[in-house]
Design a protein around this ligand. Structure first.
Ligand code: PGA
Length: 300
């Protein structure tokens, strides 16, 4: 069947009102325009859709069938239009983001604050390491990512919104725990527990030791910040982690941050998406929210 949405809308109105003039008024069209659309529709369908006796019009059997269908389509169109309008007003909608595992220590506070303003939204979140985030950016399969360092190899838009200091951690009983101004020479005598390949923390750590001309002795390798912290507490070596991962362990004196001269390694958190990406209104609102509110929210 060959018909246009416009014909269907005109037909639905005439079928419902049983009156060409009133349908024309409702649709803000002239009556000849309405008659023309119906004529074209009847010719496309190949059957008469209305009977006219004197001034009274009624639906033919074919018209009835067509009318049922036009009501369903009209309802669906209206519903979709409503949902799209809601999305413009951010009352619904889905936000799909990925964050570095290290950033997920503070990011939930941000989602919670955003959700207080936009209650009906759905948040899809992938918590992964740097390598996972790069794969998302490469395939452009989400709204945006929160990561430690924007990739040079991809065309992206990136804005820094928070400091991300990396610090050296040790158990409280470690010989270096009480020392001040530890130098890199002394530090390189220690063995470090490493994050997995593909971790941004690990890349930053390796780069930093190379820049300092210091040797990095590595022991065990673990794929999460939690595992690193546990291993350091157990005395298996020193660790380098983002300060954001530490709050509880420092407060409860299970770990200490060493006072190393060249530290912290100063990094930042960035909100990143592909350059030229058309952000949904909701994604745009989230980005503005992060850029404008993070520091305040995390101070509380
Ligand atoms: P990650 O953190 O170590 O969990 O990959 C990302 C980053 O710091 O770049």
């Amino acid at each position: 069947m060959n018909l246009t949405l416009r014909q269907l809308r005109v037909f639905e109105a005439v079928g419902r009102l049983k009156n060409f003039t009133r349908a024309a008024e409702e649709l803000h069209l002239s009556q000849p325009a309405v008659s023309m659309q119906i004529k074209q529709l009847e010719s496309n369908v190949g059957l008469a859709l209305f009977d006219q006796v004197g001034k009274k019009i009624s639906l033919t059997a074919a018209g009835h069938e067509m009318y049922q269908m036009s009501r369903i389509i009209d309802n669906q169109l209206n519903e979709t239009e409503q949902i799209l309008e809601d999305m413009k007003g951010f009352r619904h909608g889905r936000l799909i983001i990925a964050v570095a595992s290290t950033a997920n220590y503070f990011a939930p506070k941000l989602y919670a604050a955003f959700k207080r303003e936009y209650a009906a939204i759905t948040l899809n979140l992938d918590v992964t390491n740097r390598e996972g985030l790069l794969a998302h950016l490469e395939s452009n399969d989400l709204d945006m990512v929160i990561m430690g360092l924007p990739p040079k190899e991809l065309d992206v838009e990136a804005q820094a919104f928070l400091d991300n200091p990396l610090v050296v951690i040790a158990p409280p009983g470690h010989p270096l725990a009480a020392q001040e101004r530890i130098n890199m020479e002394r530090l390189q005598e220690e063995t470090f527990i490493m994050r997995e390949p593909g971790s941004g923390t690990r890349i930053a750590m390796e780069r930093f030791f190379a820049e300092q001309g210091a040797e990095l002795t590595t022991g065990m390798e673990m794929s999460s910040n939690e595992a690193i912290k546990q291993a350091v507490q157990a005395g298996l070596g020193l660790g380098i982690v983002s300060l954001h991962t530490l709050e509880m362990e420092i407060d409860s004196n299970r770990l200490v941050v060493l006072d190393v001269d060249a530290f912290p390694i100063l990094r930042h958190w960035y909100i990143v998406h592909r350059k030229g990406k058309r952000l949904s209104p909701l994604a745009q609102a989230f980005k503005e929210f992060i850029l404008g509110n993070t520091k305040n929210l995390l101070q509380k």
